[in-house]
Design a binder for this molecule. Structure first.
Ligand code: GTP
Length: 676
């Protein structure tokens, strides 16, 4: 697949720093899995710095629906079962999920996005097993990330994308894509494919993710692996819609689902059971990843009600959706095993106007911090299991944890221990027993630091946004610079680059390459008779007719006043002549209406195919040009070539037939065009 977004533009977007990307431990895991001399012990060590990922990895290794013999409990074992590519993909997917579960795009429903993506991941994983078309773990990742371009637009352009979403609410998918393109000079499907490519996912997944929302546009072989994976992703998408839909809308969605399921070879009864399994796994994974499912799951599958919907800050239950802090109020997570101390801290903090989230152990405190994303944490130094210093160290390795102001609660002021604490990332400490006034003073000092940090972050944000806008502006300018404003076709500049690319590709692959030079007949006469405006309208309508007659792989450009060039990759002379004849007929048949005039417009087309006698692409175009000249000379409104099929054969001064025996369509002279 040719890159859906020009690499340089994608690099500019990346450089803006706002594109969703894996962070912290996940990034380290991804980098490590790329090393050739990787040791499992080294990888396990890095994985263990991220307790949340450990839990998810072990869960994946045990499998959600299948029941293995002895449950897997260690990271090393889990690594061996799941395999490196899957670990890498999981780190990527889960890191994005943890870091981008909320954001500033007002009308983008982050919760719904991740919930739906999780359904897609689970369906893909199940179908990977069933259809044996790809590794189930890789399929999980594909499902989870297949719509990442939407999240990226929400992250890069929160305000503008929000407006597009509002405006596009009542529109269909194609219209939304067109609106995205207009607003950002790219659409989410292109962005998804570019991001998957950037993260090194196999081309097959990039292609499938690009096409699954409009699968008819994909040209995969019927029984090919690509087609199977595409069918799986389409079904995953449909099931996700079903899971997230209002109960009233479900029967209609179910009807839509059956034919898609049928393509994956799933009978209606099997589909029901499959959906039940999916919703059960969805609920389970939802708990592990703290992705909301209860909001949607109940009406799809009754058992899910048992999972409960109570709001809580315990892990595995519905995550609190916390808006970013503003003003003097901060979100503060207190991790302290002693309930009395917690109560004291809560009192001081709440009196100062802060929101408090509590935990009584280090492991849960870590999860709570990643979830709540507090500005400040108060952590007990001496907890059993994960103590305050270990917790700080682990937090500092995550993007969220890096910016939290951490106060250590310690009962003794041992110098060595304090130095160790600061070295591991603690910002300040308070000694127990807690003296409220001292604590309040330290909170104020911490608050000052946080405010300064926020100011820096705001400035940084501004710069990032500016860089992202610049990337879009550049992309738009590039588009404008390469597009003919009158017809919307690519222009001569673009054509020059593209011809060179197609020429090299054709030389390398030894596949045929043809081109056509198209010239509107007696166009000067139209201008002279009816004026330039009418001439322009004729050009536009002729261009539309040409476009309709082209195949998807053909590339058309307006290369001069009334002249167009069409490149036909993978096409020999005979096929190109047929195609040219179709274009000629399309223009001939389309009566051009402008003002109150009804004009007949015709074109002359010259065709040529790359052959061994041609030193470069210019030679091929020259040959096509000569064909157009012959077509004009023979009376216009026709297709001609001056080329013989066999390389090096002498040129004919007029249209010829190919030497392979098949007749190249030659069009007899017609009545001259442009009669009213
Ligand atoms: N309306 C309009 N006319 C243009 C534009 N660009 C070039 N032209 C005119 O297009 C005409 C091209 O005419 P030619 O290709 O030389 O000749 P023709 O009349 O088409 O005759 P044949 O090609 O021999 O059939 C010239 O009169 C140009 O001025 C444009 O953007 N709009």
């Amino acid at each position: 697949m040719s890159p859906p977004i020009k690499i340089s533009h994608f690099e500019q977007l990346k450089a803006s720093g706002d594109l969703p990307s894996p962070k912290g431990a996940a990034l380290a895991i991804i980098r490590l899995t790329r090393k050739e001399d990787l040791s499992l012990a080294e990888l396990a060590r890095v994985i263990k710095t991220d307790p949340a990922f450990v839990g998810r990895l072990v869960k994946a290794a045990n499998g959600v629906a299948i029941s293995p013999g002895r449950p897997i409990a260690s990271v090393q074992e889990a690594l061996m079962v799941v395999g490196l590519p899957a670990v890498r993909n999981m780190a990527l997917g889960f890191s994005l999920l943890s870091n981008y579960r909320s954001g500033g795009c007002e009308h983008f429903d982050y919760e719904r996005y991740w919930s739906g993506s999780l359904v897609m991941a689970i369906v893909c994983q199940g179908l990977g097993r069933r259809l044996r078309c790809a590794s189930p773990d890789e399929m999980f990742c594909l499902g989870l990330l297949a719509r990442i371009g939407e999240l990226a637009l929400a992250t890069l352009f929160p305000r503008e994308y929000s407006e597009v979403l509002v405006e596009g609410r009542a529109r269909d998918a194609d219209e939304l894509i067109a609106m995205e393109r207009k607003a950002f000079a790219m659409n989410h499907r292109e962005l998804t494919a570019a991001m998957l490519a950037d993260w090194g996912l196999p081309v097959i997944y990039q292609e499938v993710a690009y096409h699954f929302e409009a699968p008819l546009g994909a040209a995969f072989g019927e029984e090919s692996r690509e087609a199977k994976i595409l069918d799986a992703l389409c079904l995953a998408h449909e099931i996700a819609q079903l899971c997230l839909a209002d109960p009233a809308a479900r029967p209609a969605l179910m009807e839509h689902l059956s034919p898609v399921a049928d393509r994956t070879g799933m009978a209606p009864e099997a589909l029901d059971t499959f959906i039940e399994e999916v919703t059960r796994e969805w609920t389970e994974w939802g708990k592990v990843l703290q992705v909301a499912t209860q909001r949607f799951v109940e009406p799809v599958h009754a058992q899910a009600g048992a999972a409960g919907t109570a709001k809580s800050t315990r892990p595995g239950e519905a995550p609190p959706c916390v808006p970013p802090a503003s003003g003097v109020s901060m979100r503060v997570v207190v991790v302290e095993r002693d309930a009395k101390v917690r109560a004291t801290l809560r009192g001081v903090l709440e009196r100062a106007g802060h929101r408090v989230f509590e935990s009584d152990d280090g492991r849960h405190g870590m999860e709570l911090a990643l979830e709540v994303q507090p500005q400040m944490m108060l952590v007990d130094a001496h907890m059993p299991g994960v103590g305050g210093i270990a917790l700080t160290r682990a937090l500092r390795q995550t993007r969220i944890g890096r910016s939290i102001y951490i106060l250590l609660l310690t009962s003794r002021e041992d110098d060595e221990r304090l130095i160790e604490a600061f070295e591991n990332g603690v910002d300040d400490f308070v000694t127990k027993p807690i003296r409220s006034r001292v604590l309040a003073a330290r909170l104020r000092a911490g608050h000052r630091v946080i405010r300064l940090q926020q100011e820096v972050e705001r400035d940084r944000e501004e710069i990032r946004r500016f860089a992202a806008e610049l990337a879009v502006t550049n992309r738009r300018l590039q588009e404008v610079a390469l597009t003919d404003q009158l017809t919307g076709f690519r222009n001569r500049r673009y054509a020059i680059d593209r011809i060179a690319q197609e020429w090299s590709a054709s030389m390398r692959s030894r596949r045929p390459l043809s081109c056509m030079v198209i010239d509107i007949d007696n166009f000067k006469q139209i201008n002279d008779t009816y004026g330039h405006d009418v001439g322009d309208a004729v050009l536009r309508q002729a261009a539309s007719a040409i476009k309709l007659g082209l195949r998807s792989q053909d590339v058309v450009a307006r290369t001069g006043g009334d002249e167009f060039l069409v490149l036909c990759p993978d096409t020999d002379l005979r096929a190109a002549m047929h195609c040219a004849e179709r274009l000629r007929e399309a223009v001939h048949g389309a009566r051009v209406s402008v003002s109150r005039l009804n004009l007949r417009v015709t074109i002359s087309v010259g065709v040529a195919e790359r052959d061994a006698s041609m030193p470069d692409a210019d030679a091929m175009i020259k040959r096509a040009d000569q064909g157009a000249y012959v077509a004009k000379a023979q009376g216009r409104d026709q297709v001609a070539t001056v080329q013989q099929r066999v390389a090096g054969a002498a040129e004919a001064a007029s249209a010829v037939e190919p030497t392979d025996g098949g007749a190249v369509p030659q069009v007899p002279p017609r009545e001259t065009a442009n009669s009213k």
